[in-house]
Write a protein that binds this ligand. Structure first.
Ligand code: DON
Length: 570
């Protein structure tokens, strides 16, 4: 019954706003309590894999790596081996937090103009649908690195549940059935993918059927036996390179052999007495999360009220300034100088705040003079959070970019390939699939990582993790995470209330204030009267959050905007 309601909610979310009236909010996310350890993820079987790992004495990193591999089997639209992501790891014992960057890289033969036609116009299909779209995958290297440095068990032990799920098969959930049906055309384009995810007549698997992924099980076993090099060299790497070449790409097996995950310093911010640690470049997430919080800290947000017009106006103005800066300054900091210190500086935030008229929306062309078309698609990513009984915490966001990436499985491997190259700016001023404009710092270059919005975040109180959160949602990830933090810190909500609350989003261009269904009509009229162009659209994000209470207990919530998530603990 709940599945039915959720399915209905998602169907409504996908409909144009006129048909979706009257607005229907999903059922409320349950607030889950636990004493020792907790996992929040978008897929219930993967969550249980993580909780079992914690219960057996594994630490948060052991559990996180097992969850990530399980998601590659049970939630293939976004869980992956052929994509990339970011993992924030906090170690209770040392008090250190590190940011593991396993973002995809551009192949060695990539070049700045690879997505342009002869007239210099971006060709979307090249960066989104064929071999040139595929970045060198980072997931296997990143998970292996996380486990080696911060875990306590072997790679084979973390892989065992995923291998079992892939070889025995999984019961297709309503959420997976819906996901496969939604991406059927993308999967049907490639025979190697259709053979796995669709029946011989082209119909996708439906709920209750068993989906076996024998090739993926084989690849996972090779990694368990030989380590990550079984993915980056030898037959798996050769098959990936051949699949990419067959789809018109330029990735070679030496690009795969050369891939390295990086350990980076997190972005640090301070907001009303808590400390934020989040993802640095090549994600824009941490920088702009902290920048927006710095701007908003100068306003009495709690007194202005949750989701009132004065609060949303200030949030939207902070958002538009942050996203304008994103387009100008952000890129892979291994290749370009990103002015992180200035962008996250309280004094700079004060300058930006001074440019905000409390009564009028600033038109986007006055924030910066460029114009771009609206975003086209709503592709996918997945986030999970883990806390163990020692107080270690992991916040991990991973993606193939679009659902199932380009939809192509490298033959014999079961590995779906990403289309992360679309997150580069095809040329300065061009928008990606999320309508995000990139600048020169985010131009394509060999070996470079495309700019991301993924924002795995841990909030600290008195130097101890207090809130672990993150979300999918493309360009909306950063503003979604912002709102979880504001809802908990300023509006004193439980993590479930913070998850359920109606979300808003502004990304500078297009000059629109997106709001979810459910915001009251008077507030919308007040925002319009201030000059905002309000767009009531679909639901935003799918947060997976854990909050550590003062007495050390755990509460958590999986977003109900997308079906199938589960927060559980022990
Ligand atoms: O890294 C990024 O920002 C994007 N590739 C993420 C894509 C995404 O979140 C789609 N999710 N719904």
């Amino acid at each position: 019954m709940i599945a039915l309601i959720r399915a209905l909610v998602v169907v409504l979310a996908l409909m144009p706003p006129a048909l979706a009236e009257p607005p229907v909010m999903p059922p409320a996310a349950p607030l889950v309590h636990a004493a020792h350890g907790m996992v929040a993820s978008e897929e219930a079987v993967a969550t249980r894999v993580g909780v079992d790992m914690l219960r057996q004495g594994g630490n948060a990193v052991d559990a996180a790596v097992a969850v990530a591999f399980a998601l590659a089997v049970t939630w293939p639209e976004a869980g992956n081996l052929g994509g990339g992501g970011f993992m924030l790891v906090h170690q209770a014992e040392t008090g250190d937090t590190v940011a593991i960057d396993y973002r995809e890289r551009a192949p060695g033969a990539a070049d700045r103009d690879m997505f342009l036609d002869d007239d210099g116009i971006p060709v979307d299909a090249r960066s989104r649908s064929y071999g040139l779209a595929v970045g060198v995958p980072g997931t296997v290297a990143g998970l292996a690195l996380a486990l080696e440095r911060y875990g306590t068990i072997s790679l084979a032990e973390t892989l065992a549940p995923a291998i079992r799920l892939a070889s025995d098969g999984i019961a297709v959930t309503p959420a997976l059935a819906q996901s496969l049906a939604g991406s059927r055309a993308r999967l049907a384009r490639w025979p190697a993918s259709a053979r796995i995810f669709l029946h011989p007549d082209g119909e996708p698997y439906v709920a209750g059927e068993t989906l076996v992924q024998a090739d993926l099980a084989h690849t996972l076993r090779l990694i368990a036996d030989q380590g990550p090099q079984a993915f980056y060299t030898g037959p798996v790497a050769e098959s990936i390179a051949a699949a990419v070449a067959g789809a018109g790409g330029v990735m070679t097996d030496s690009d795969l052999a050369d891939y390295r995950a990086q350990v980076r310093e997190p972005i640090i911010g301070h907001y009303r007495g808590v400390t934020i640690r989040s993802m640095p470049p090549p994600s824009s997430g941490g920088v702009h999360l902290v920048q927006m919080l710095n701007i908003l800290e100068g306003y009495p947000i709690a007194a202005l009220g949750h989701n009132t017009a004065p609060t949303i106006h200030r949030m939207a103005e902070a958002m538009t300034r942050a996203y304008a800066d994103r387009s100008r300054y952000l890129g892979d900091s291994d290749f370009v100088d990103v002015p992180v210190a200035r962008l996250t500086d309280k004094a700079y935030a004060a300058e930006l705040r001074a440019s905000i008229d409390p009564k009028r929306a600033t038109p986007a062309d006055r924030v910066a003079p460029e114009a771009v078309p609206p975003p086209a698609e709503s592709p996918d990513t997945t986030h999970f959070s883990v806390v163990d009984r020692a107080g270690n915490a992991v916040s991990n966001t991973t993606t193939l970019n679009f659902n199932y990436g380009i939809g192509l499985v490298a033959a014999g491997t079961g590995v779906l390939l990403n289309n992360e190259m679309d997150d580069f700016a095809a040329r300065p001023g061009a928008a990606n699939a999320f309508g995000l404009i990139g600048g020169v710092p985010n131009e394509v270059a060999p070996g470079k990582r495309p700019l991301s919005s993924m924002t795995p975040t841990i909030v600290f109180r008195d130097n101890r993790p207090f809130l672990v959160t993150g979300s999918p949602g493309g360009s909306r990830i950063i503003t979604t995470v912002l709102q979880i933090i504001l809802n908990v810190i300023d509006h004193d909500m439980t993590v479930a209330e913070a998850t359920d609350a109606v979300r808003v989003h502004h990304q500078w261009q297009p000059d629109r204030l997106y709001v979810e269904p459910g915001l009251d009509a008077t507030t919308i009229r007040q925002l319009e009267a201030m000059g905002h162009v309000v767009d009531i659209g679909g639901f935003m994000g799918s947060t997976q959050s854990i909050l550590i209470t003062d007495d050390g207990g755990l509460t958590g919530a999986s977003d109900v905007r997308r079906p199938g998530g589960l927060t559980a603990g022990y």
